[in-house]
Design a protein around this ligand. Structure first.
Ligand SMILES: Cc1ncc(C[n+]2csc(CCOP(=O)(O)OP(=O)(O)O)c2C)c(N)n1
Ligand SMILES: [Mg+2]
Length: 214
């Protein structure tokens, strides 16, 4: 798998962030700034050619680290498909439905096990997606049948902009079995441009033009 370093990731995002700030992206984008170190090490140490990778609305770093070209991802982002990055050859799938990939990941892992494949499934999700019921079902299947799938919770202590302590009393978190791992990172960007001064300007422009059309 092609090695992507920290600078590659950061430079890519800076470029996308500048498109956003310039008002060239009239849709939400989810940046992963602050989440470079763990991901780089994790991909290098665990993921091999032919493995399946499932990602989320926040998928650009996963896609780059999976070997999908920055040009392809940029093109998708510019076309409004930031949350819909797929690559058949790389076996890379995303879903913007929270935890939407988790049961698919379990199904693929089932097939890999039946085939006796050496490949595995790596399924990333956020700490907000972790609270979705269908994630529980996927975990039960993977752990119960010892399927070759690992769920990786990327815990930035946010579901959109709500911290865990504001979502559940005392910030309760499930104790998942060993097919689920969790790591924490501090995001440097707001959820999807929320709070960005330029985005607020953009929304105002849009609202005005919508009003004019009525
Ligand atoms: C089933 C479902 N419910 C609600 C949403 C709206 N939504 C989009 S992102 C998000 C929060 C996601 O938090 P998390 O999974 O922690 O991902 P993060 O953005 O923090 O990486 C929500 C509630 C959705 N996409 N899918
Ligand atoms: Mg989160």
């Amino acid at each position: 798998m092609k090695y992507v370093n920290k600078n590659d990731l950061i430079e890519f995002e800076q470029k996308i962030a500048s498109y956003w700030e310039d008002g060239r992206l009239p849709f939400l984008i989810h940046l992963s700034g602050g989440n470079e170190d763990f991901l780089i090490d994790f991909f290098r140490d665990n993921i091999i050619e032919g493995d399946w990778i499932f990602s989320t609305h926040r998928n650009h770093y996963h896609a780059l680290l999976s070997g999908i070209s920055p040009e392809k991802i940029e093109k998708l982002i510019l076309a409004g498909d930031s949350m819909f990055v797929f690559d058949k050859k790389r076996k890379f799938l995303t879903s913007s439905v929270l935890a939407g990939t988790t049961c698919i990941a379990a199904g693929i892992a089932w097939a890999l096990k039946e085939e006796g494949s050496k490949n595995k499934v790596w399924c990333f999700l956020g700490d907000g997606a972790e609270e979705e019921g269908h994630f529980y079902e996927a975990v039960m299947m993977v752990q119960g049948y010892d399927l070759p799938c690992t769920f990786i919770i990327e815990d930035n202590n946010r579901s959109v902009d709500t911290a865990i302590n504001d979502r559940l009393p005392n910030g309760f978190r499930m104790k998942w079995p060993k097919c689920v791992i969790r790591y924490k990172y501090n995001p440097i960007f707001p959820h999807a441009g929320n709070g960005s001064k330029k985005m607020i300007q953009f929304q105002n422009i849009k609202r005005t033009s919508q009003g004019e059309n009525k």
